[in-house]
Design a protein around this ligand. Structure first.
Ligand SMILES: C[S@@+](CC[C@H](N)C(=O)[O-])C[C@H]1O[C@@H](n2cnc3c(N)ncnc32)[C@H](O)[C@@H]1O
Length: 232
């Protein structure tokens, strides 16, 4: 049995075979420019324990480190943006937890080297909170959150968008993943069939992405990114 497989049972039940590092890098190199763009969004719908997401984060943080390590506040802001743009869904609870922990350790290791014991209160707590919101234990087929036995709950998968507006101020908007996916299907239909393909969900034009997106289910007041964890 290799590190890519935890047990035959898990392979049979959930198709759990992890991708090795060489393949992860080869695949990410196909979108190299995006992996090195700090704010570019990645969503992995069956992220396992985070082989792809960890490498995306490492690549983004290498850029953050090269550009901003001389200013701790800038370093923190761009690290927040890098983490806030990485999303994952994973069916198995232990994998989802490991994935979050793994991403957190990568940030923490880099951060403690850069801040040299002068860490800003709240920063690592905020990172941990964002990872809890962004890496979800869910079913990427039903688009529901699951319980620890992998059964669907009534709760839809809801992701938060984290947009830095100015200085350390961040705007959080929550979206249902099913609506976002339905929105993109509608958008394709609309593009192909014109007005006969009128979208079913309410959409709005998003300046940041330059695309039509569904309305958020919740918008939070602007807050400092050091304090996002205090919001609930
Ligand atoms: C082939 S593994 C790949 C894991 C990881 N992406 C990697 O490349 O190392 C597939 C993963 O999908 C998860 N999975 C299976 N069905 C799923 C579903 N319906 N929704 C979300 N995750 C699922 C499994 O638990 C497993 O971790």
């Amino acid at each position: 049995m290799t590190d890519q497989v935890k047990s035959r049972q898990r392979v049979q039940d959930h198709g759990e075979v992890f991708t090795n590092e060489r393949e992860v890098n080869a695949m990410l190199d196909m979108v190299k420019q995006e992996t090195e763009r700090i704010e570019s969004r990645f969503l992995e719908p069956a992220c396992g324990d985070g082989n792809f997401l960890a490498e995306v984060l490492r690549r983004k943080l290498a850029i953050v480190n090269a550009r901003y390590r001389r200013s701790l506040s800038e370093y923190e802001k761009y690290t927040f943006i890098a983490v806030g743009s990485i999303y994952g869904v994973e069916l198995l609870y232990d994998n989802a937890v490991t994935c979050r922990e793994r991403l957190f350790s990568i940030v923490e290791g880099d951060y403690l080297r850069v801040c040299r014991k002068n860490s800003t209160p709240g920063f690592l707590d905020a990172i941990r909170y964002v990872l809890e919101r962004n890496i979800l234990n869910g079913n990427a087929l039903s688009l529901k959150q699951v319980d620890e036995s992998c059964a669907d709950t009534e709760e839809p998968i809801i992701f938060s968008e984290w947009s830095i507006v100015t200085g350390d101020k961040v705007k959080r908007r929550d979206f249902r993943l099913d609506e976002m996916l339905e929105g993109s299907a509608d958008q394709v239909q609309f593009a192909l069939f014109g007005s006969s393909g009128t979208p079913t969900s309410e959409w709005e034009f998003d300046d940041e992405t330059g695309a039509m997106i569904p309305k958020p289910i919740w918008e939070y007041p602007m807050m400092s990114f050091y304090e996002v964890q205090n919001n609930e």
